[in-house]
Design a protein around this ligand. Structure first.
Ligand code: GLN
Length: 489
């Protein structure tokens, strides 16, 4: 077994026990990148020399007998919308093609304090708008399980790199499913924390009332450990939660006896792939065997969530993206006058999907339409939130599919935005309500593509999600299986 195949917690123990050096580990992952990155294309920037220098420094520390933190010396990748001081942060957009942030996002500062090995920045849908990573202005990323398929999105590079072994862990962001859906498509673990758990300072804004940073990992143990690192109040983000951050690794216990699991009938939607439904229902049966109690519940406003999301998110995006005008931010395209310059800059440097959402968002916010669209969507948002509040009076967690289908083929949906938006049916309601949700692998389709189980928790109750996820994970072997790619495994 090669080193890149192991999760961070195993590698951490190996480093502590001097069974491996950080340099050897980093070299193995870089070798894996040389072997398969041409097929997967998860990265936008690879910081090879810096990575090796970081690894060397960690080995020197270990040699001196110093103790090391969880991620110390473990190679990981960062989604390209999270600001990294001195490293290009493009958001997979041409408008930020040469943007090198002068500061780190708070989540990045916290990660860096661990002394990890940063391999580089990973691909995404432009400005995190999309669900397939095909909206990247640079290149699509391929699913390591079948390179004809999408890895999901928008954190497609994060999930694909973890699944391919070209990173051990990654950070992603989730506005309407962008951590969970790619995790589901790539057979890895992805968690969107409760809104406010992780500071958004330095996360390039898409829809500020929905965006959250979270971990993408091989298993639930790594997820809990990374969550411990990135959570916490930050005065640089006024929406960050002041709630105490527990030690999430304490929730890594195998026990779901008496756990009440809600099964919302509205999440098994029309158009759901029968293989997905069968696999997810089988996982829920397993929970029953493990001692959990299954409760049928209803979240009646779920069917309106996509419509509300696709007004609220574009409305916020239209506002957030005003700053890319060729003056404050953005690669300028010169013209004779100011308006001409701004028009050219935005017309030439934004991609089609980004422009579509700016138009929808401005329309929804415009005088005369505001009440009919934006305000109405906000009312729906409240109803969706209330559905969950009611449901959580009866259950401890809610389980559902993460996505209605396994990974689809590259090119299959890109010309049909509506079809693409419907992919988000099971993920956007949580963002509207601000709740935490995790996707864990729970089986495969007949064609061998991973299927994800989504576990939804009460606000600030990531611990119950972790406990439920860990218990199931330990009863299965999915976390030990990797995509067969590049002749390995
Ligand atoms: N697919 C959704 C969208 O296109 C979610 C994206 C996200 O979570 N960033 O908006």
């Amino acid at each position: 077994m090669r080193l890149y195949e192991k999760p961070a917690h195993v590698l951490h123990d190996m480093l502590v026990n001097k069974e491996v050096t950080a340099v050897a580990l980093t070299e193995d992952v870089l070798k894996r990148i040389d072997e398969v990155e041409g097929d997967v294309k998860a990265y936008l920037t690879i910081t090879r020399d810096e990575a090796l220098a970081q690894a060397k420094a960690v080995d020197e520390k270990i040699a001196k007998g110093e103790t090391i933190s969880f991620l110390e010396g473990i190679p990981g990748a960062i989604k390209d919308n999270i600001c990294t001081k001195g490293i290009k942060t493009t958001c997979a957009s041409k408008i930020l093609e040469n943007f090198v942030p002068p500061y780190d996002a708070t989540a990045m500062t916290k990660i860096k304090a661990q002394n990890p090995v940063i391999l580089g920045k990973v691909n995404m849908d432009e400005f995190a708008m999309g669900g397939s990573t095909e909206n990247s202005a640079y290149h699509p990323t391929c699913n390591p399980w079948n390179t004809d398929c999408v890895p999901g999105g928008s954190s497609g590079g994060s999930a694909a790199s973890v699944a391919a072994g070209t990173s051990i862990w990654a950070l992603g962001s989730d506005t309407g499913g962008s951590i969970r859906q790619p995790a589901s498509f790539c057979g890895v673990v992805g968690l969107k924390p409760t809104y406010g758990r992780v500071s958004r300072y330095g996360l390039v804004a898409y829809a500020s009332s929905l965006d959250q940073i979270g971990p993408v990992t091989r298993d639930v143990t790594d997820c809990a450990n990374i969550l411990n690192i990135i959570c916490g109040h930050d005065e640089m983000d006024s929406t960050s939660s002041e709630a105490e951050v527990p030690d999430f690794t304490k929730a890594l216990v195998e026990d779901v006896k008496g756990l009440k699991i809600g099964l919302p009938k509205e999440y098994f939607v029309d158009g759901m792939d029968p293989e997905v439904e069968k696999t997810v229902r089988a996982a829920i049966e397993k929970y029953k065997e493990l001692g959990a109690e299954i409760v049928d519940i209803s979240l009646p406003h779920t069917k309106y969530a996509i419509s509300a999301y696709y007004l609220i998110a574009p409305a916020e995006a239209a506002t957030n993206l005003q700053r890319y005008d060729g003056v404050s931010y953005g690669e300028r395209v010169e013209s004779d006058d100011l308006v001409g310059m701004m028009t050219k800059t935005r017309t030439e440097k934004f991609g089609e999907e980004v422009k579509r959402r700016i138009v929808i968002g401005n329309y929804a916010l415009s005088a005369g339409y505001y009440d009919a669209y934006y305000l109405k969507a906000m009312k729906v948002r409240t109803l969706v939130q209330q559905d969950y509040t009611e449901a959580f009076k009866k259950v401890d967690v809610i389980m559902a599919p993460t996505a209605p289908t396994p990974a689809f083929k590259i090119g299959e949906m890109i010309s049909d935005p509506l079809q693409m938006y419907l992919q988000d049916a099971c993920t956007v309601p949580l963002n509207l309500a601000g709740l935490p949700g995790m996707s864990i692998p729970c089986g495969y389709s007949a064609s061998g593509m991973p299927i994800g189980l989504q576990i939804i928790g009460k606000a600030l109750d990531e611990e119950t999600i972790i406990r439920a996820a860990y218990t199931y994970e330990q009863s299965q072997n999915y976390h030990n299986e990797m995509a067969k790619l590049g002749g390995n495994n």
